[in-house]
Design a protein around this ligand. Structure first.
Ligand SMILES: Nc1ncnc2c1ncn2[C@@H]1O[C@H](COP(=O)(O)OP(=O)(O)OP(=O)(O)O)[C@@H](O)[C@H]1O
Ligand SMILES: [Mg+2]
Length: 357
């Protein structure tokens, strides 16, 4: 059953469906071939594409319930909290992008990777940074190839012919965003750390996020052949625009509760002794309570578990804690606070002087 587009929005291609651009000359709706481009008759008049229709070929795996998503992600190595499974399920079903926000190291990026593994889709990743522009994120014209073409055609061909030719798709270099929507198989598109870009870049994304299409002035409209699942992540270093948020489902990923984190640590380090794993998570949670510059995240808990296994630790006592504290705490001032507030409460190690009775 094809999903209905929300009111006021353009119909979107759903998984297993291909967007049909309107044939402007005939009024018919031909199926686009891979990489096909829709040329608007009048660039100033915006035409809504007609509803999507079923495509031939095999549909990608599609979860039937939130529980399906949770267990699928678990099999892919990601233990999703209830809200994470719910939003992921809605994203797959509604075809809406998801904005995932939260502190560093809580599994934002990994969620996209795990979704790609679970749904058996390729992952297309755009790592954002300050100054990222259209040419690096969407597409670029292959100037060298265009030049060679012009030179090869130098004699005998009219300028008009050459010009039309060199602005064809063969001369386009696809960057992550364009390759995600041009992909013949549905992908998971990860736009990682969107808060590192500026507002102009966000504005440039809006067309893609709401209509799954990219306008290329020389070519026209490139519509998604298959609908990607889009995840944007942000560490919340700046407020994102309302326009972007409005187009997305929202997921706030926080530090997990004790039990959840214990499961994650044990998933990543099954060789760690159960009692040691329990103690590790308790200590990390205690450290997180302190007022630190950078509290330890799940990533640090996992690293600490691995370090303890490598060092053959049997206990998390004061000596072990001193030796390994830099795995979980990464600021000079934080080290002092943690040593003074958490370290001292641990059992003394074999080499530590025991307090006088
Ligand atoms: N729910 C989870 N299940 C399994 N592993 C997890 C989970 N959450 C986090 N991890 C692990 O924690 C580590 C950090 O995750 P990730 O890199 O996705 O964090 P992040 O939120 O993207 O951090 P940053 O903001 O610094 O990019 C990874 O090794 C990931 O596998
Ligand atoms: Mg990340």
């Amino acid at each position: 059953m094809p999903e209905q587009p929300a009111a006021g929005q353009d119909p979107l291609p759903t998984p297993g469906q291909v967007a049909r651009p309107r044939d402007l000359a005939s009024g018919h709706d031909p199926l686009p071939t891979p990489g096909q481009v829709v040329r608007p008759r009048d660039p100033t008049s915006r035409q809504d594409p007609p509803p999507p229709s079923p495509a031939s070929g095999q549909a990608p795996p599609s979860p039937a319930s939130i529980q399906d998503v949770a267990s699928g992600l678990e099999q892919a190595g990601y233990l999703a909290a209830e809200s994470t499974a719910l939003v992921s399920f809605l994203a797959a079903k509604l075809g809406k992008p998801v904005l995932v926000e939260g502190p560093a190291g809580v599994g934002k990026t990994e969620l996209a990777r795990a979704l790609a593994r679970y749904l058996q889709r390729p992952l297309v990743r755009l790592q954002c940074y300050e100054g990222l522009d259209e040419a690096k994120a969407m597409y670029e014209w292959n100037y060298r190839k265009q030049l060679l073409r012009i030179q090869a055609e130098a004699s005998g061909t009219g300028w008009q012919d050459v010009q039309e030719d060199i602005f064809g798709e063969a001369f386009l270099l696809q960057r992550p965003l364009l390759s995600a929507i041009a992909s013949p198989e549905p992908v998971v598109l990860l736009i990682d750390e969107i808060d590192k870009t500026d507002q102009e870049f966000e504005a440039m994304l809006l067309e893609l996020l709401s209509d799954f299409q990219i306008s290329i002035p020389e070519l026209g409209l490139m519509q998604a052949k298959t609908q990607p699942i889009v995840l944007l992540t942000s560490n919340n270093t700046r407020e994102l625009t309302e326009a972007l948020k409005r187009r997305c489902l929202y997921l706030w990923l926080d530090y997990p509760d004790l039990e959840h984190e214990l499961r994650i640590v044990r998933l990543h380090s099954p060789d760690l002794d159960a009692k040691l794993a329990q103690k590790l998570v308790e200590v990390v949670h205690e450290v997180r309570e302190l007022d630190l510059k950078k509290p330890p995240s799940i990533a640090e808990s996992i690293d600490w578990a691995r370090a303890l296994i490598l060092l053959g630790a049997r206990e998390i006592d004061q000596a072990t804690f001193r030796e390994t504290i830099s795995v979980i705490v990464k600021h000079r001032t934080d080290l002092d606070i943690v040593a003074a507030r958490v370290g001292v409460k641990l059992e003394p190690g074999p080499t530590d002087a025991r307090p006088a009775a």
